[in-house]
Design a protein around this ligand. Structure first.
Ligand code: OAD
Length: 253
């Protein structure tokens, strides 16, 4: 069913839930000024190449400078970005439910910056790097980077961002956490994702299969719309704050 806004019935579903999962994609950070990959008629291109070609292990090896220029640019955009009302609403929900798990495809850490604690990062984080030579992982928040491509401080090897690149798989242990939370929730939100990238795309159907109520929030319909109990057509930063657990004498008051 398609909705233009949040109805009383949907608010009631929300207030009665115990274990909630919020699956997010690039759209949840759009209102923070971080460009999405798809939707709205545009797809990112860097130096005339689609990002699907740049953000790959092949490009990292063949042309680490171009590869890292793209990631350095993304780090600059994301460093300037602030969590928006959608990130903040999700973080505030944590206090109310028995369990609230955020599963995100984003690598920007804006959920954590808004205060969310239980965040499963399906595609990793732009603020971690990994050495291709010695394998050491470390946090790296330098903007701008002192050299492109950046080198490992311990061994001098080429660094890569600790993210899932196009053509790579989500680490099994991370995906298992996402599956476990999804299979045992009673309310599942899908926010700001085109829901075409696997394996994240299977999670809404898994939630539904396990009898969770599925609410999608997106200005456009997506393949999830077929599965969702409710699709609310709207921007995450405007819709999510309308779900307030404290309204109308919520549980625990
Ligand atoms: P996409 O860029 O594919 O989709 C963004 C979605 O957000 C679209 O469905 C938009 O309609 C929606 N959207 C735009 N503005 C919004 C707003 N203000 N509120 C709510 N929704 C909004 O992003 P993802 O689905 O996250 O993977 O893409 C998944 C993966 O594709 C990314 O993580 C990335 C890419 O390949 C990797 O880099 C491995």
């Amino acid at each position: 069913m398609i909705y233009e806004s949040v109805t009383e019935e949907l608010k009631e579903r929300f207030r009665e839930a115990w274990a909630v999962v919020v699956l997010t994609g690039a759209g949840v950070s759009a209102e923070s000024g971080v460009p999405t990959f798809r939707g709205g008629g545009g797809a990112p291109v860097w130096k005339g190449m689609p990002v699907e070609k740049i953000a790959t292990p092949e490009m990292l090896r063949a042309d680490p400078v171009t590869f890292w220029e793209w990631y350095a640019y993304r780090r600059e955009v994301i460093e300037r970005a602030e969590p928006n009302p959608a990130h903040r609403a999700i973080a505030a929900w944590e206090e109310y439910f028995e369990r609230l798990t955020v599963i995100t495809q984003n690598v920007d850490e804006l959920h954590q910056r808004a205060g969310s604690h239980a965040v499963v990062e399906l595609h990793g984080s732009l603020w971690r790097v990994r050495c291709l030579q010695c394998g050491v992982r470390s946090e790296d928040r330098r903007v701008p980077l002192p050299e492109i491509p950046p080198r490992c401080p311990s061994c001098g090897g080429l660094l890569r961002p600790d993210v899932v690149l196009f053509g790579e798989s989500v680490p099994e242990a991370i995906f298992s956490q996402a599956v476990a939370a999804t299979a045992t929730c009673d309310l599942f939100f899908v926010v700001g994702t085109s829901a075409v990238v696997y394996p994240a795309a299977v999670l809404p159907a898994l939630a539904k299969h396990n009898r969770a109520f599925v609410i999608e929030v997106n200005p456009e319909t997506t393949p999830v719309t077929e599965v969702a109990d409710a699709t609310i057509l709207g921007r995450a930063g405007e819709i999510l704050p309308l779900f307030s657990p404290r309204e109308n004498g919520a549980r625990g008051e």
